[in-house]
Design a protein around this ligand. Structure first.
Ligand SMILES: *[C@@H]1O[C@H](CO)[C@@H](O)[C@H](O)[C@H]1NC(C)=O
Ligand SMILES: *[C@@H]1O[C@H](CO)[C@@H](O)[C@H](O)[C@H]1NC(C)=O
Ligand SMILES: *[C@@H]1O[C@H](CO)[C@@H](O)[C@H](O)[C@H]1NC(C)=O
Length: 487
């Protein structure tokens, strides 16, 4: 039996005896827990013999407990009472032990219980005053039931009678056992103390009291910003910031700040989340939230939002600018705005032929071999972008001129027009046998159809090995092919 009995012994009477007849109850007062089981310890005695002409033995013919006695009838045996059926047990014998057990105690079992026995020879005896049983339930009292952090609270596991033997108590908050074991406990409320409390007598943990709530109010704690989805944020995606916190009562007003400026412009709302639907580069930065609940207001540490995007504004620049002597060095540099920074640069010449990699493309000894269109591709994890193209052409006169046209599309268009609208094609043999140049001359207006065309003029002075090329008289000369034969 898991249920223990807790008894309050207020007085132990002496043996109630009358000519050798008597019943002893130990104790006479019992305070027991509702739902538990109680043993009413009892001893009885009677004279051994009686004399009617002969000495004869007394024998017990009936022994029972009762609570009601309507004289002159015999009292009713409690084991036959419907209220007690199945819950009572006579643990005594026909000689001297009259211990009685009641199980699954109910509050209505609070009564005075007496033992009566009948013997042969009309012997009848009732032990007085009996056992006064009080059945108590456990009830948690929380005083006061609602506090602000820092205030004092008294918890009491109250009973309607005093449980003797100084039983220890087990306390629970939200069903988890606590460390203190006294019937009364005082605490200084902190946020963790809020919850529902119940108590039980140690050893009778299966008979706990109902739970009673303690409300502890406190300002927002542990305020922090959580970002969803977690991980990389790519431009154009939707991002939700949530202001995590614990507070009681719950936060009624949240404010969001980006770099110390309230966002969105209207401040304060009961929503813990702030959503940026199509995030852009301008939304990157440090965010924090402020949460207030009437008890206090607290702000989170800043949370950095990094917005990533594929390469943008990819362009090629040439260095040095202006006229360059053939044989000198020329560097093309690719620039692009990207987050994370560009991870790979690739260079292309003409119609997609690979020309190298790395942010710069170096020509240490520029020659007509290197003429053509150049463009670069910038790539990071989110995408790639091709720059506009740099078109290198030689112009007439005693020098080679590079005309740089910005725009791969423009270059393609120009080439198309070259094929369609060639005004004159002249093939000239250079003075030097090593060079064979094909000139395609086109009229200027074709270049006007591209509004993003830019010109950079780079002059190549003929080198020793490559004497001056023949003069070309056309105003606009576009070199589509530059060939060089080495013999
Ligand atoms: C850039 O040009 C190269 C060569 O034509 C091509 O393979 C690549 O797909 C282009 N990249 C982009 C982003 O358009
Ligand atoms: C190209 O030239 C630049 C400037 O002279 C230099 O910093 C860079 O390392 C060179 N790149 C290569 C691939 O040689
Ligand atoms: C540049 O190239 C030309 C022809 O290929 C060669 O004759 C010359 O010596 C080179 N100059 C340098 C500085 O390497």
């Amino acid at each position: 039996m898991l249920f223990n009995t807790f008894i309050a012994l207020l007085s132990v009477s002496g043996v109630l005896s009358q000519d050798g007849w008597g019943v002893t109850y130990t104790p006479e007062r019992i305070c027991a827990l509702k739902g538990s089981s109680v043993d009413m310890r009892c001893a009885y005695f009677h004279p051994t013999y009686y004399y009617t002409f002969l000495w004869q033995y007394y024998t017990v013919e009936k022994a029972f407990w009762f609570i009601r006695w309507h004289h002159p009838q015999e009292p009713e045996d409690l084991s036959l009472d419907r209220e007690y059926s199945g819950r009572v047990e006579y643990c005594g014998n026909q000689i001297s032990d009259c211990t009685f057990r009641i199980k699954q105690l109910r509050e209505s079992d609070s009564q005075t219980y007496r033992f009566r026995f009948l013997t042969n020879h009309n012997g009848k005896y009732t032990g007085r005053p009996g056992v006064s049983l009080t059945v108590t339930a456990l009830q948690v009292r929380v005083n006061p039931g609602s506090v602000t952090e820092g205030q004092s609270v008294t918890l009491t596991c109250s009973t309607t009678c005093t449980l003797t033997g100084s039983p220890a108590f087990t306390w629970y908050r939200d069903r988890s056992p606590l460390s203190f074991t006294t019937q009364t406990h005082q605490l200084t409320a902190s946020s963790e103390d809020g919850g529902t409390y119940s108590c039980a007598v140690k050893g009778s943990e299966l008979l706990p009291s109902p739970a009673v709530a303690l409300t502890v109010n406190y300002p927002p704690k542990g305020v922090s910003v959580s970002v969803s989805p977690s991980g990389e944020i790519v431009e154009g995606s939707s991002v939700t910031l949530t202001c995590i916190n614990q507070a009681n009562p719950p936060v009624q007003r949240y404010s969001w700040f980006q770099e110390n400026r309230a966002v969105p412009s209207e401040t304060g709302g009961p929503e813990a989340s702030y959503t940026i639907k199509h995030i852009t580069q301008q939304d990157a930065g440090e965010y924090y939230c402020e949460a207030g609940n009437g008890i206090g207001t607290n702000r989170s540490p800043p949370k950095r939002l990094d917005v990533q995007y594929p390469p943008k504004g990819t362009s090629v620049s040439v260095s040095p600018s202006g006229e360059i002597e053939e044989g000198s060095s020329v560097t093309l540099t690719c620039r692009s705005d990207a987050n994370p920074p560009v991870q790979r640069y690739s260079w292309f010449k003409e119609t997609g032929a690979g020309a190298g990699s790395g942010q710069s493309l170096n020509f240490s000894n520029f020659s007509s071999w290197s003429s053509g269109q150049y463009y670069c591709e910038a790539k990071n994890t989110h995408g790639a972008q091709n720059s506009t193209a740099l078109l290198l052409t030689a112009q007439g006169g005693r020098s080679l001129t590079v005309v740089a046209a910005v725009g791969a599309v423009a270059a393609a268009a120009i080439l198309a027009l070259v094929f369609l609208g060639v005004v004159c094609v002249r093939r000239k043999r250079s003075i030097n046998e090593e060079q064979d140049l094909l000139y395609s001359t086109v009229q200027k207006p074709l270049l006007e159809c591209e509004d993003d065309v830019q010109y950079a003029s780079v002059q190549f002075l003929p080198s020793r090995a490559a004497p001056r090329s023949p003069a070309v008289k056309e105003d606009c000369a576009l070199y589509t092919t530059v060939r060089k034969h080495q013999t």
